[in-house]
Design a protein around this ligand. Structure first.
Ligand code: ADP
Ligand code: MG
Ligand code: MG
Ligand code: MG
Length: 392
């Protein structure tokens, strides 16, 4: 009989997933297992008690990413990064991330809290859900995780130790290419309807825009400000009317604070474009509230827990938040453009069935994206940003 040692990397069988989770249930519980992920980068197994339905999640990284029919090798180390980021962020935003029960670097899995009672925010938003707590919770999550992992809160030795621990070059490279470079040039990875070609070619010929995108890319490459989530779109958020949980930080690394804020806001903008009237108003409210909660909480943390050397410098906090705001808009602009014409789209826009409406909505997304990148120094308040949505 041959057996595969469970410690050598292989895709877990359902029986193995059950064995790994069994210790979290009372002895003798009758468990079942289902693979529930979308399987492009990772497996997601749900192991649950047949009787009560109570479960846990095991997420396992695949050693490659399946993209447009091809496979790219992709480091398994991202599973350890994801588990460590969930734990680090969980120290500061305890109720806003799933609890981690265990992780294994060799097999590249993380066992975590089952959030199946919630829905992925992108899906709910597309169905018109309001999620009254969403922007409060994400504003809070952003302030807590980003402030507490920054040089404004940590001893510089600890900050640099963490920055080294969360070195994530392969996942960063995906972002560097797909968000900051490919959409701005005629690259094969891009993907858009023929009706958008003229608009897209105008982007490829817009030297000012490409210059600003290059500057934003360099910020992303070099500015180790805080431990980012790194992929904070609405598909990385579970929510209902009472609760919000942020999942999937496999892209975590030390980067510019505005990147996380900007990604979330861009995905709200993409959703807002698809709505009219009060529905759009809800999204406008979420965008404004995200920034306001983030800024207010960040300021409180700075005053109460900040490093004295920075705290005592008049005007420095304002200057930091001003920089984060400009970065937020620039990164949001890049995200809007890449989610419209790059490799990975969003269902909010792609799912619009009426072709003419879909194309027009995508043009709006591209226009807002461009404006955010080019005008990020002139837009001074979050209301200047939501005005772009209100004007549509
Ligand atoms: P990927 O990195 O492959 O995108 P995600 O972490 O986003 O993986 O998970 C993919 C899907 O698996 C989610 O959209 C959700 O449906 C499900 N899932 C992931 N984590 C959990 C969880 N903790 N509880 C319940 N379902 C989950
Ligand atoms: Mg997925
Ligand atoms: Mg995901
Ligand atoms: Mg992911």
């Amino acid at each position: 009989m041959t057996t595969t040692a469970i410690s050598t990397y292989h895709a877990l069988t359902e029986a193995e997933a059950i064995a790994l989770a069994a210790g979290l249930f009372p002895a003798g519980t009758d468990l079942e297992c289902q693979e529930i992920g979308d399987g492009n980068l990772n497996y997601v197994y749900r192991v649950s008690d047949r009787a009560s339905g109570k479960g846990v999640i095991i997420k396992q990284a695949l050693p490659y990413a399946k993209v447009v029919g091809e496979s790219w090798p992709l480091t398994l180390k991202r599973a350890a990064i994801e588990a460590a980021a969930l734990r680090k962020h969980g120290e500061y935003a305890t109720d806003l991330v799933p609890e981690v029960y265990g992780t294994d670097e060799e097999l590249a899995y993380t066992i975590m809290e089952d959030l199946s009672h919630l829905t992925i925010a992108r899906e709910g938003l597309i169905q018109g859900k309001e999620y009254p707590k969403l922007s409060n919770d994400i504003g809070e999550y952003l302030a807590q995780t980003l402030f507490h992992t920054s040089d404004f809160a940590l001893h510089p030795f600890e900050k640099k130790r963490l920055a080294a621990e969360f070195s994530n070059p392969e996942l960063c490279k995906i972002t560097e290419d797909l968000i900051f470079t490919d959409p701005f040039f005629d690259y094969e990875t891009n993907d858009f309807e023929p009706e958008l070609r003229q608009t897209v070619e105008a982007i490829w010929h817009n030297d000012r825009l490409k210059l600003e995108a290059a500057k934003l890319k360099r910020s992303f490459l070099t500015e180790a400000e805080a431990l980012l989530h790194g992929d904070l779109h609405t598909g990385s958020i579970f929510a209902d009317d009472n609760e919000t949980k942020v999942i999937d930080p496999e892209f975590a690394f030390y980067g510019p604070i505005g990147f996380d804020v900007g990604l979330f806001i861009a995905n709200l903008i993409a959703q807002g474009i698809t709505r009219n009237g009060d529905g759009r108003g809800t999204i406008v409210g979420h965008i404004e509230n995200t920034w306001q909660v983030f800024e207010t909480r960040f300021t409180e943390l700075w005053e109460n827990e900040g490093i004295e050397d920075f705290k005592k410098v008049p005007g420095y906090r304002e200057s930091v938040l001003d920089k984060v705001f400009k970065d937020t808009l620039g990164f949001a602009g890049c995200e809007l453009i890449r989610r419209t014409i790059g490799l990975a789209h969003v269902k909010d826009l792609d799912g619009i069935e009426d072709a003419a409406v879909r194309i027009e909505s995508k043009k709006q997304a591209l226009r807002i994206g461009e404006t955010l990148i080019l005008k990020r120094s002139e837009l001074t308040s979050i209301q200047d940003v939501t005005a772009l949505l209100k004007e549509l």
